[in-house]
Design a protein around this ligand. Structure first.
Ligand SMILES: Nc1ncnc2c1ncn2[C@@H]1O[C@H](COP(=O)(O)OP(=O)(O)OP(=O)(O)O)[C@@H](O)[C@H]1O
Ligand SMILES: [Mg+2]
Length: 585
């Protein structure tokens, strides 16, 4: 016997449990299918024994009892098959969803953002639920589809050669037609899946960018794009449906003609007295059953394609190379004191997947504990990329990053990130209370929280909120402004008490309250640990121990702010420009 593994190799089963559920479901559905043979047999016995020539009332009664017993057994088996298939499907779906989300986390923000958010949403919701028809109906019935016709054909071969020949001869044509229609359907379904992804993406664009779209008079155009994509989706769906109708029409016609042939050949021989009535009846009863699995398989194939498309997507996502550093559980951990740690970049070059130009090129620097370093430079210079490297979101193409003397790719990133604090360039909030948003559910006293709120200037915002710190941020009733979100992120950073603080300031200017909070309370706090701040504002850059100037991915200037001011380079130009603006303001 072949090992089970080879039978289920191409199926979406990953665990022993899934394989067992699948095999059980298949066995139950095949057995239920096969019971059609005794069912037809006893029915024909029961009918034929009604005639006076036959064995009498006793035989008739026995055959009828057996017939009902078989029907009952089939019903039980079918229910079991259905239950097992549903369980199998929900199991696989849950695993696939989990694997997708885990892979999403492993890929990290750099890779995840290469797909539109709408595509992820489609994959994780409709895409996975669209696999039901495939997992719960198509796959478990495949076994029955194969077993039942073979058994009926074998039975016919023993009982009546001519019927067996008719049954055997018609199947190849039917299968050929189904395959031809199926191939056309495959393309159509793939296009339909793509259209669904595009629809999700454009729709999300509208939700996110409605302000901009309206102001630039593009909302109408975007709606038109959505209409066009939706229309595309409708057309591809119609095409899939047309093909599904076509294939069921073809199989129905074929089945009817074939059953007709069997009936005519049996009837003629019955009239000529060359055939027994019971034998003819059982064959006639079995003929439609012979074609049934092929017909259902044909009809379900189209629904099943959606499931296959999703499985392919799942495989593609799982096979995407991970640009982020591996988490390396149980890796080395550098000594991280509350005062920070030494961070060293040695000739680091970073290239985003598919990018021609490196985003960072041969960058080397060193930062120690209790040091605040400001990173400045024009847009696209690689400032956020520098933080992404340190966070392990992207692995350098060459060069080395050392934290406390330990290479980043040997570090247990999970532990290291536990000592990191980040204010991202686009700070986010989560659907939770404001308290949970700043504490991440870590135990913090109200005192500590209040201090963090005060330091970040969020306290004024909290006072205005209806439920204070316990207000749910739900995006419906309570919305935070850009600057408030920034202050929320700062409060979160302070509460975390990280050894290493990373701040990516938003490019747009901050509101005055945040700016003041940053200058008064946060800069001293940042100087007590290792801090890297991507600075767009002069006050922060001037307060730093050291400034790194990036331009086009290269580190072009480095030094204490006053030194750089004297050097009349980029930093000097930047400061003069700011000062000019400040005078103007
Ligand atoms: N996920 C990504 N995939 C491909 N290229 C990227 C990605 N993120 C950034 N880049 C490219 O890398 C370069 C550096 O980007 P980065 O975000 O580091 O700039 P930045 O200095 O932070 O700019 P800004 O001040 O506007 O935030 C840019 O040319 C950008 O187009
Ligand atoms: Mg940036």
């Amino acid at each position: 016997m072949k090992p089970v593994r080879s039978v289920t190799r191409h199926l979406p089963v990953a665990t022993r449990q899934e394989r067992r559920m699948f095999l059980l479901a298949s066995a139950a559905s095949a057995l239920a299918g096969l019971l059609v043979l005794p069912q037809a047999w006893y029915l024909s016995r029961a009918v034929s024994s009604v005639f006076p020539r036959a064995e009498g009332a006793h035989a008739w009664f026995a055959a009828l009892i057996a017939f009902f017993a078989v029907i009952a057994a089939r019903a039980v088996l079918m229910a079991a098959a259905k239950w097992l298939s549903q369980r199998f499907a929900s199991h696989v779906k849950r695993r696939i969803r989990r694997e997708m989300v885990e892979q999403m986390a492993a890929l990290g923000p750099v890779e995840v953002r290469r797909h539109p958010a709408g595509a992820w949403r489609t994959w994780l919701t409709d895409g996975i639920d669209g696999m039901d028809a495939y997992l719960a109906s198509y796959l478990p019935q495949a076994a029955a589809s194969a077993a039942v016709p073979i058994a009926i054909l074998a039975f016919a071969a023993v009982e009546d050669r001519l019927t067996a020949v008719i049954l055997a001869a018609t199947v190849p044509f039917m299968v050929l037609l189904l395959v031809l229609v199926g191939q056309a359907a495959q393309k159509a379904t793939d296009r339909r899946f793509e259209a669904l992804e595009r629809l999700g993406g454009h729709f999300l664009d509208v939700v996110r960018g409605l302000w901009t779209l309206k102001v630039f008079g593009r909302s109408r155009a975007q709606v038109e794009i959505i209409e066009r994509v939706a229309d595309d989706y409708r057309r591809t769906t119609m095409k899939v449906l047309r093909l599904a109708f076509l294939s069921s029409l073809v199989t129905e016609l074929f089945t009817m003609v074939s059953i007709g042939l069997v009936a005519v050949s049996l009837g003629i021989r019955l009239l000529n007295g060359r055939m027994d009535f019971a034998a003819a009846l059982v064959l006639l009863l079995l003929a439609p059953e012979y074609y049934l699995p092929i017909r259902t398989a044909g009809a379900q194939y189209h629904a099943a394609r959606d499931g296959v498309a999703m499985l392919e997507q799942h495989r593609e996502v799982l096979e995407t190379p991970i640009p982020a550093m591996p988490l390396r559980d149980g890796g080395r951990t550098p000594l991280l004191s509350p005062q920070g740690v030494t961070i060293e970049f040695r000739h680091v070059t970073v290239r985003y997947p598919g990018a021609a130009k490196p985003a960072l090129q041969d960058v080397s620097f060193r930062i120690g504990p209790r040091e605040l370093v400001a990173v400045v430079g024009p847009s696209g210079a690689g400032k956020s990329t520098l933080l992404a490297v340190l966070l392990g979101f992207i692995r350098p193409e060459s060069g080395e990053v050392l934290v406390g003397g330990v290479p980043l790719d040997e570090i247990d990133l999970g532990v290291f990130r536990g000592h990191l604090g980040l204010v991202a360039q686009e700070p986010t909030w989560f659907h939770a209370t404001l308290r949970d948003n700043v504490t991440w559910k870590e135990p913090r006293t109200d005192e500590e929280i209040r201090e963090a709120l005060w330091m970040s200037g969020l306290d004024e915002v909290v006072e205005r909120l209806p439920g204070g710190m316990d207000t749910e941020l739900d995006g419906e009733r309570v919305q935070l402004s850009g600057g408030e979100r920034q202050r929320l992120a700062l409060a979160r950073l302070v509460l975390r008490r990280p050894a290493v603080a990373l701040l990516d300031e938003p490019t747009r200017s901050l509101d005055l309250a945040t700016e003041r909070a940053l200058e008064r309370h946060l800069i001293p706090w940042l100087r007590q640990r290792t801090s890297i701040v991507v600075a767009h504002r002069l006050s922060v850059a001037l307060a730093a121990n050291r400034v790194l100037v990036l331009e086009g991915g290269r580190l072009v200037e480095e030094g204490r702010p006053e030194e750089l001011l004297r050097a009349h380079g980029y930093f000097h130009a930047m400061v003069s420009r700011y000062r000019g603006e400040e005078v103007l303001a």
